[in-house]
Design a protein around this ligand. Structure first.
Ligand code: FE2
Length: 477
């Protein structure tokens, strides 16, 4: 027996002859699943939530409408009557894990203040290692343990060693645009690909332009419940660690900045949206910025900028003082990009820099409203890096590969999570576009070495995982 593990935990982890993933007796109380994020070479952060029931509410009141048809809930609506609700319940949570070293965390109490969710840091892990885990919950401190949820994740390879790494990147999942009753094809496709990790780069939920419009913390949390209790998401995220970024719709409202007001959403605020995002996904600790880097072996490092928390109002006049990233983040970005010796440096901004975008938009670096900062960053990349910084983005509801005619910066938009959510493109731009497809899907990145050269293969995939476009960058060394 592994020290500290019960017979039942041993079985759940596949130790002692049991098959990994086999059903564990007892009803689970984790209808919103679990998520592992913020993996480093030595640590990972596990998000857990105890729920009242083992499944989301299947037969409740359905609220699905988009844009101008989206409405507020009637004031007396109880969230637990809504389809897809997965109400939290008080209790205790912990993680038991195996992969060398093995261990079990302390029990942590969960309560209403943080929506019955908790995050536990696993430390002292081994680099580039597949871990398996069991999330346990129970109602009382010394009570019976509920049915368990099993899963797995991988720690990152160390910076000094070349390693083959694969990544899946997705964005823009709207509930009323799901492409199957249990969620999204794309999550099943990603689960089948089994990447080292996934990047969900914003618009994880839509507070403002799909029904019900979030005007309270309870409604905002309902958006997370109904999305992350979908079986395709629960199953995929149990087996793949990830990093989550937020964008406008999953912090507040369309094209949001911190001082923006949205009368329909009152009294819900941007600050509440910021807090709920950190509550609902594995994220850096409160007080630490959400912008961070992910280094996965010798050949790839990713920068995950934060695109909403530091921006000046979109409608300010453009110029040197106007910013999306803010001075501090921009200094961090430039300094850390210069300091990195990774073969490929990947800038995963939630929003586009190259675009092109449609002319009616004014909230990103591909729009005229932020042209000054856009040129500053593109010129910086051109003069400091020999083409080995590549831009990726979510947010736009079409898939594309474009190249900036001014600086040669390559950009890949991963596309929306379903075909139903695609649209809004300005159309094919022959000057910039190498690829342009107005349907859903995701992007996959694969880094590998062969015969003294290192390649980065970028593929656009449709929602079923079929490759619809591929581009490979190669460098010697
Ligand atoms: Fe979006």
């Amino acid at each position: 027996m592994v020290e500290g593990l019960s017979r039942r935990q041993m079985l759940a982890l596949g130790l002692g002859g049991a098959v990994y993933g086999a059903a564990v007796p007892g009803e689970t109380h984790q209808s919103t699943g679990c998520k592992v994020g913020e993996m480093t070479t030595r640590s990972a952060r596990v998000w857990m939530r105890r729920t009242a029931a083992s499944h989301r509410l299947a037969n409740g009141i359905v609220r699905k409408a988009h844009n101008k048809d989206a409405r507020l809930l009637p004031p007396d609506t109880r969230i637990e009557t809504l389809e897809g609700s997965a109400m939290g319940a008080p209790g205790y949570v912990r993680v038991v894990y195996k992969g060398g070293p093995s261990g079990a965390t302390k029990w942590l109490e969960v309560n209403e203040a943080a929506d019955f969710a908790a995050q536990i840091n696993l430390s002292g892990l081994r680099p580039d290692t597949a871990y398996r885990y069991v999330v346990e919950t129970r109602a009382t401190r010394n009570g019976r343990v509920d049915g368990e949820l099993t899963g797995g994740f991988q720690t990152l390879p160390v910076a000094g060693r070349p390693a083959a790494v694969s990544i899946a990147m997705l964005s823009c999942q709207m509930y009323c645009h799901m492409d199957r009753p249990d969620g999204f094809h794309l999550y099943e496709s990603i689960q089948r690909d089994a990447p080292h990790f996934l990047l969900s780069c914003g618009d994880n939920v839509y507070y403002d332009n799909e029904d019900p419009i979030a005007n309270s913390e309870a409604v905002a949390r309902y958006h997370w419940q109904r999305m992350y209790s979908l079986p395709t998401l629960v199953n995929s995220l149990r087996h793949t660690g990830g990093y989550w970024q937020k964008d406008d719709h999953d912090v507040f409202s369309n094209d949001a900045w911190p001082t923006m007001a949205d009368k329909r959403m009152a009294p819900f605020t941007f600050v509440q949206g910021q807090r709920i995002f950190r509550e609902q996904v594995p994220a850096p600790l409160t007080g630490q910025p959400l912008y961070r880097t992910v280094r996965a072996g010798a050949d790839i490092e990713l920068w995950l900028p934060e695109a909403r928390d530091y921006r000046t109002p979109n409608d300010d006049p453009d110029g040197p003082g106007k910013t999306i990233w803010g001075a501090e983040q921009k200094a961090w970005l430039m300094k850390s990009l210069r300091a990195s010796n990774a073969t490929w440096k990947i800038l995963v901004n939630p929003n586009p820099i190259v675009g092109p975008d449609r002319t009616t938009k004014n909230d990103n670096h591909a729009n005229p409203g932020f042209a000054y900062e856009s040129r500053e960053i593109r010129e910086f990349l051109k003069s400091n890096f020999d083409g080995n910084v590549i831009s990726f983005c979510g947010d736009r509801h079409w898939q594309y590969h474009s190249v900036d005619p001014e600086t040669g910066l390559h950009e890949f938009g991963c596309g929306p999570a379903s075909d139903e959510h695609a649209g809004g493109t300005p159309g094919l731009d022959k000057l910039r576009h190498r690829f342009h497809r107005v349907l859903g899907g995701y992007a996959s990145l694969e880094v590998s070495r062969e015969g003294g050269s290192c390649s980065l293969r970028v593929r656009h995939r449709d929602v079923k995982g079929v490759t619809v476009y591929s581009h490979t960058f190669t460098r010697k060394g």
